[in-house]
Design a binder for this molecule. Structure first.
Ligand code: TXA
Ligand code: MG
Length: 342
């Protein structure tokens, strides 16, 4: 078994060296921690799937530190890509572009003629990629089916003994994975909602942006996470609680025989009395803090409770990304629907 090391920022050169040797090293980003491997080393990329326990036909994001790194695989960038990079890079937007034939291995692209590129807003990781001298594949650094990791400790918990190390840069600041926009088709399409909204992308491009979250058939290579495989699902049953249902939800919780986990915004609980068998994991004051703490809360309660009551928010702006992850974690089960069954 490998000894998994936690690298400090002073040990970045050592981590970069391991990546050059084909080892797996997890890295911080502003969204979630990624599982890094040299994207140009097919054997290293294949080991990423093994470490995560993830089906190997799901394409991976290519994480870069410069636009030149992208152009090596795509040739001259399309004008729309340049506009989006000017506005959102480094940051939480992954851009899918056509690549030159066979420019990246099938292990990276899943056999597609396109690839997904992202430049994260994290100085340590941009430096790591620069030192490694190669782009890194970077799926979220969790075991498949677990919530994405937002701290180095989450990565360590899931992947200890299976990767060389993790570069620790503290907790992430966004907490949900990047927006994925596909520029390889006729119309730009958002395949996964994230902190950069479709409206913001449309404003920068000056054209319509479609939402293409359900447009993939079962036999195709999945275009975005969660379309074919179950993602983000903790062992406990998560129940989504709408803002006006907390009084009912807490009354229901008080009747359960075991502890119930509650993930709520401060305002949800301001006027409520908490039953003794409820434990609260605060999602903070707004949608932004809720997004940043969602995965950590799911992990916190995962093996402790049978039920987690978690705050629903309006599906606008960042709320769309938050609800997308929460609905997957909950299998789209709302508290209001189970209450009717009783
Ligand atoms: O915020 C993020 O994007 C994080 C951090 C670590 O960078 N990474 C991440 O990677 O969420 P991952 O692998 O969990 O999700 C990327 C998804 C893949 O599941 C895949 O469905 C989609 O991007 N994807 C990758 N390449 C694609 C392509 N060429 N066409 C369509 N979808 C693609
Ligand atoms: Mg993932």
């Amino acid at each position: 078994m490998l000894i998994t090391k936690i690298y400090t920022q002073k040990e970045l050169s050592e981590a970069a060296n391991e990546l050059r040797l084909g080892e797996l090293v997890a890295f911080p980003t502003e969204t979630v921690y990624g599982l890094g491997a040299d994207a140009t080393n097919e054997q290293a990329v294949k080991r990423v799937y093994l470490a995560k326990g993830r089906p190997s036909d799901n394409p991976l994001i290519v994480t870069v530190c410069s636009r030149e790194m992208v152009e090596e695989y795509t040739g001259k960038l399309p004008a729309d890509a340049v506009k989006l990079m000017d506005e959102f890079w480094p940051g939480s937007l992954t851009i899918i572009l056509k690549i030159k034939p066979d420019a990246l291995s099938k292990a990276v692209t899943g056999g597609l003629t396109t690839a997904a590129f992202r430049m994260p807003a994290n100085q340590v990781t941009l430096e790591l990629i620069k030192e490694a001298g190669v782009p890194l594949v970077g799926p979220s650094a969790n075991s498949s089916g677990k919530p994405s990791p937002t701290t180095a400790q989450h990565v360590f918990h899931d992947l200890e003994g299976r990767i060389k190390g993790v570069v620790d840069d503290g907790p992430t600041t966004v907490g949900v994975e990047s927006t994925i926009v596909d520029l390889s088709a006729k119309k730009p399409a958002v395949l996964r909602p994230g902190a950069v909204t479709p409206e913001e992308i449309a404003a920068v491009l000056g054209k319509e942006v479609v939402s293409d979250k359900h447009h993939v058939g079962q036999t195709e290579v999945p275009k975005a996470p969660g379309m074919k495989y179950k993602h983000y699902a903790p062992d406990a049953q998560v129940l989504i609680v709408k803002a006006d249902q907390w009084t009912d939800a807490l009354a229901w919780a008080s009747q359960q025989k075991t502890k119930v986990g509650v993930m709520a915004l401060d305002e949800n609980l301001a006027k409520e009395t908490l039953p003794a068998n409820v434990e609260v994991f605060s999602l903070g004051k707004d949608v932004s803090s809720a997004s940043n703490h969602l995965f950590a809360g799911l992990r916190y309660f995962d093996d402790q409770v049978d039920y987690i009551l978690c705050a629903g928010v309006p599906e606008v702006g960042l709320g769309e990304a938050y609800m997308n992850r929460l609905q997957k974690a909950a299998g789209n089960v709302y508290f209001s629907s189970i209450k009717k069954d009783n």
